[in-house]
Design a protein around this ligand. Sequence first.
Ligand code: OOG
Ligand code: NI
Length: 400
Amino acid sequence: MSRRIETWELRAKFAAALSRMYAAEVPAYTTLVEVSAGVNRELGGSRRVTAERHGAIRVGSVRELADLADLFTAFGMYPVGFYDLRDAASPVPVVSTAFRPIDTEQLDRNPFRVFTSMLATADARFFPVDLRSRVERFVAARQLFDPALIAEARRIAADGGAEPARANRFVGEAVAAFALSREPIDRGWHDELTKVSAVAADIAGVRTTHINHLTPRVLDIDELYRRMAARGITMIDAIQGPPAWHGPDVLLRQTSFRALAEPRRFRDADGTVSDGTLRVRFGEVESRGVALTPLGRQRYDAAMAAPDPSAVWADHFPVTDQDMAANGLAYYHGGDPSKPVVYEDFLPTSAAGIFRSNLDTDTQAVAEADNAEYSLDWMASQIGHHIHDPYELYEKVASS
Ligand code: OOG
Ligand code: NI
């Protein structure tokens, strides 16, 4: 009997195959991975860190999100947290969750995570009634995932793995669902949505989805930023998230660069198909610090609200892990300050910033009341999956 490919190995294969595909599609990604790996090598990074990636995927409806949730279950990735990017300082018309492994052993084997956003079509600040119904009809009429693929994902999830031939077929088909499509894009429809939001056009202006970016983890993001700039790759202005400082790194720091315009085909109203370009994908890199407790997170939010967070950082955070632990600000394995629990999630402000910094056009949300009831519970009930509370998971990881 042949060996069984277990859930974690399916996840590792899925992440690696997505990475190969994205490298072929977005060449600058390869540079980013090389430079990150170089920095990590010099700093003695572990196997986990250098293999580590997060992806970003965007879908148009709860039905599509439910399919993704079922698909990811086969890889041992479960929804964690709820992010509402509509109320960021620079709003984006999506609500999001992150699919990821949830226990220490699975995270150690392969921590692949995917930030997954759903277009908030019910929010009248972005979508007037008529547009909303046309977007919803368009999305309802497309099929992002073959029902046979989702059915296979459910079976593999229930079995906890698959034999090699079946596993390879499944991973191959799952990855193909996220390839950039060559199908011509309806120019009129895409343009109309771009006027509302470039994110809306990326999600609902086409009949397929794609991996938006894949992000390697680097141990020193300031050094990475300098090396990318030295190679002539223009990064966004700043590193998002907490400032660099001499105390413990907390949560998540991220930066990105704009990908080049990618060739896409367009169909005009008269049926003519012509070549054009779209600029929606980009390169992103991140460094991860210790996970904060709710109390630590309050301090973080207070520090970040200052005009210059780096100037006030030391007023909010102690310089040692010992004091972070003693003050109950961050999670440590078994309470041991030499063993920080890595932050595995995302930051809504950075996420909104990452979305926006890479767009050609900005969304101006009209100031109408938010009458859409998006929430963690709403999303969980719509997709039929429990959405985990990140703090509960960190408590468990710290005490196990
Ligand atoms: C997701 C943006 C958020 C991150 O790392 O914070 C994100 C997207 O662009 O679809 O990936
Ligand atoms: Ni990202």
